[in-house]
Design a binder for this molecule. Structure first.
Ligand SMILES: CCCCCCCCCCCCCCCCCCCCCC(=O)SCCNC(=O)CCNC(=O)[C@H](O)C(C)(C)COP(=O)(O)OP(=O)(O)OC[C@H]1O[C@@H](n2cnc3c(N)ncnc32)[C@H](O)[C@@H]1OP(=O)(O)O
Ligand SMILES: Cc1cc2nc3c(=O)[nH]c(=O)nc-3n(C[C@H](O)[C@H](O)[C@H](O)COP(=O)(O)OP(=O)(O)OC[C@H]3O[C@@H](n4cnc5c(N)ncnc54)[C@H](O)[C@@H]3O)c2cc1C
Length: 679
């Protein structure tokens, strides 16, 4: 059904009329209140109405170099505008943060404006996401006062250079050296091999002029492991590389092509002693090394980014599901009954199964992101008081949550892209580049398998504590409750209480199975390390089950406690149930093995899932409308508010440079002689 030019598509009008709840109420809930919604919209208007951010030619038609140059222009304009924002909550951006840098960065970058303006990655992102937080988390008070102020006011632009060509995961194996020379009170940075070259840092190629460089510290002839150093990479005036600095961009990637990821080598580069970030560990003037209470405090920035990534994934996925859901309401295809009008593809059960669990995932991620953000802040303030007790728990939770949010988001974006058929394959749909941005997060800031194994390490330890009768912290207390899955089965009920319990029974069962299999291997003569490696498939599965269980619990808990109108409450509860039942059925073997679920209960669960899809179907468009994503942020002809899909797709095709002339010169140069020669 094609609308009149300018009018809203009739199907979307009907969908909106049929919505059973107040979409504005849900928007306010997701933003954190009406005032926050107004603030967000004001900010969006301020940025999106600026003609400097409009692309004359879509980015995909520009060369790699042009894309980078446009992105730098837009990124600079964006952050300058932010600092100049005349009123409202952004006032405080003129002054460097005196309180929590993390809070301010979250306020600065939260939402989806960044990806609307810089569609394929931001060359200044690392300055805010990692350089500034590292200065705050690893610098002494004096270092913070000097460097944060320079960085906040954009006198310098930094990045976080940790990964090397040879090592990303195993950071204890990094090869860059920083050797202290007491005679000049300087560190000398060196890249002893090609594999020691820094490789990947965002903005490193041609944007940043400073970096936090993570290097092996040598002093008084001894290596003390990896430490962070501030290194000047380029001249502040000319931007030429400093002596001994070998620097450039690593090249084109699957996505994030404007983040300007770079390489960096050092040839005897000298920096003052004061450039080692010394909040935790120190090197005194004479070269004496002073150790902090935990060497893992150096990993603090990675923890911060893992926490904020969860929120970021929820934002990207909310964009993708908005595009695919509106499109599915507009798109008609095939016949459901002979001779009947072609239905909206949203009416196909299989389409609902692709879209609605993906929409539910957005809520699951948002609620878990809020929860871990609060935990992060509490534990961080405890760390500031010297209390390290909850650091391992925060590390374990942030690792598995980062892994699940990114992998769920990547698979859901791909599912909803496929749900848009051929049109989802168009770059203009914005789904391919959203996938590129999201799948990158499965690797950066800790590769997902590796992070799940970190959580497993914690689970194995807590399992031993549970076995010896110790009290466990709340996130793992279930290991005490469900340590024996061979307990007599109780009757299965299709209730959220029974479902939450089942998720925890599965997690406990998988933790226990992995622990026992590892023990058996060790008793059979394997070294603990070999036993760990042999059992690692099960260890990853145990971490995944553990994480899924608390996401399900947080989701159900949050919606049941939320103070909203009855119609909205009903929809939120349906979403939470759908999320839980979807993941339960996807892993039913585990539930049959470890929980009270029996084969006879599976039909009932399938029916529950289908009933939820039926109940949620009429509200699908209303729910994604509540995400309230501006058309310029969606940037997709398939997902615009008015549903003028076909007109917009056609308009987009006209932007192809090939359509600027009726005959391309390649016809005369190649085709014509080729066709003649075949005569
Ligand atoms: C409301 C919500 C908020 C809203 C927010 C608003 C939204 C804002 C949106 C903003 C935009 C978002 C972002 C977009 C831009 C992104 C740009 C891209 C950035 C990408 C940058 C990068 O990509 S940058 C490089 C990252 N590179 C890694 O990520 C290496 C992984 N590799 C390791 O991280 C270690 O290598 C690894 C494996 C641990 C082993 O480390 P290792 O070998 O030293 O350790 P071991 O395994 O031996 O373990 C020894 C013991 O240390 C413990 N432990 C280990 N780590 C610990 C830790 N962190 N804290 C405490 N404890 C820790 C462990 O639990 C053990 O404990 P125990 O002994 O008691 O069991
Ligand atoms: C888009 C993007 C941006 C990035 N930005 C930055 C940045 O700004 N700064 C920076 O310093 N770095 C950055 N990185 C690097 C990133 O942090 C690393 O790529 C990441 O930590 C993974 O390390 P790796 O590439 O060495 O993978 P590897 O560790 O080599 O992984 C390869 C495979 O080996 C497996 N593996 C490795 N170790 C183990 C293990 N112990 N047990 C089981 N399996 C294992 C992995 O699971 C994976 O399947 C970025 C990367 C990307 C893709």
């Amino acid at each position: 059904m094609v609308s009149e030019n300018g009018a809203v598509n009739e199907d979307l009008v009907k969908e909106r009329q049929n919505c059973s709840f107040n979409t504005l109420e849900l928007t306010h809930l997701l933003d954190g209140g009406e005032a926050k919604t107004l603030e967000r919209k004001e900010r969006e208007e301020y940025f999106l109405s600026d003609p400097a951010f409009k692309d004359e030619v879509p980015m995909e038609y520009l060369s790699h170099q042009e894309q980078y140059e446009h992105s730098v222009r837009k990124a600079c304009h964006m952050f300058r505008k932010l600092q100049e924002m005349p009123h409202g909550s952004m006032d405080n951006f003129r002054e460097p943060p005196v309180e929590s840098v993390a809070q301010r960065i979250k306020q600065l970058l939260g939402g989806m404006l960044g990806s609307a303006i810089l569609k394929d990655g931001n060359p200044l992102a690392l300055h805010y996401v990692m350089f500034l937080p590292t200065l705050a988390g690893q610098g002494t008070v004096e270092q913070q006062a000097y460097w944060i102020s320079r960085a906040w006011n954009l006198e310098i632009v930094g990045t976080y250079a940790q990964t090397e060509l040879g090592h990303g995961t195993f950071i204890r194996g990094l090869e860059t050296t920083a050797t202290y020379d007491p005679s000049t009170q300087e560190f000398v940075l060196n890249s002893p091999t090609l594999t020691a070259y820094k490789w990947w840092p965002g903005g490193l190629g041609h944007t940043a002029n400073y970096a936090v460089v993570v290097a092996q510290l040598y002093t008084q002839g001894k290596c003390h492991g990896i430490h962070p150093f501030i290194v000047q990479l380029r001249d502040e005036e000319t931007h030429m590389p400093m002596p001994g600095i070998i620097i450039g961009e690593i090249g084109a990637k699957l996505g994030m092509n404007t983040t300007n990821n770079g390489y960096l080598g050092f040839k005897q580069v000298r920096i003052p002693r004061e450039n080692m970030l010394m909040k935790n560990n120190k090197v005194l003037e004479d070269g004496t090394y002073v150790k902090s209470p935990s060497d893992k405090l150096t990993y603090g920035t990675m923890m911060f980014v893992r926490v904020v990534i969860c929120q970021d994934m929820a934002s990207y996925l909310s964009k993708a599901v908005t595009i695919a859901t509106r499109y599915s309401a507009v798109r008609h295809q095939s016949e459901m009954k002979p001779g009947a009008p072609e239905p909206q593809v949203l009416d196909y059960r299989t389409q609902q199964y692709k879209l609605l669990p993906s929409i539910a995932s957005v809520f699951a991620m948002k609620f878990s992101a809020n929860w871990i953000w609060e935990m992060y802040n509490v534990v961080n303030s405890e760390l500031d008081q010297g209390d390290l007790e909850r650091l391992p728990e925060l590390h374990a939770v942030s690792c598995c949550l980062k892994a699940l949010c990114t992998s769920d988001a990547a698979s859901a974006v791909e599912i909803v892209r496929l749900a848009c058929g051929g049109h989802g394959y168009m770059k203009s749909s914005n789904l391919p580049s959203t996938y590129g941005l999201v799948t990158a997060a499965c690797t950066y800031e800790g590769e997902n398998t590796v992070l799940l194994l970190q959580t497993a390490r914690y689970l194995m330890k807590t399992w031993q504590q549970a076995r010896s009768g110790q009290t466990l912290t709340p996130s793992v207390a279930y290991l005490n409750l469900y340590s024996d899955w061979r307990q007599p089965r109780t009757v299965w009920e299709n209730t959220t209480d029974c479902v939450i319990k089942a998720f925890y029974q599965v997690a406990a069962g998988k933790v226990k199975a992995a622990a026992e299999h590892m023990e058996r291997r060790a008793k059979g003569g394997m070294t603990p390390e070999d036993a760990w490696n042999e059992t690692s498939i099960e260890l990853v599965a145990a971490s995944t089950a553990h994480c899924r269980a608390f996401i399900v619990e947080k989701f159900i808990e949050t919606v049941s406690k939320t103070d909203v109108s009855r119609p909205l409450q009903a929809v939120l509860c349906q979403m939470a149930e759908l999320y839980a039942v979807y993941w339960l059925l996807n892993n039913k073997g585990d539930f049959l093995m470890f929980s009270n679920l029996s084969p006879a209960d599976v039909d009932g669960l399938q029916l529950w899932l289908e009933q939820l899809l039926t109940k949620l179907r009429p509200n699908a468009v209303g729910i994604v409308d509540s995400f309230d994503i501006h058309d310029d942020i969606l940037a997709s002809p398939l997902g615009a508010w008015d549903g003028r899909v076909y007109e917009r797709l056609f308009e987009e095709s006209q932007k192809s440079p090939l359509n600027k002339e009726p005959v391309n010169k390649s016809f005369h140069e190649y085709m014509k002689p080729f066709l003649r020669s075949n005569l």
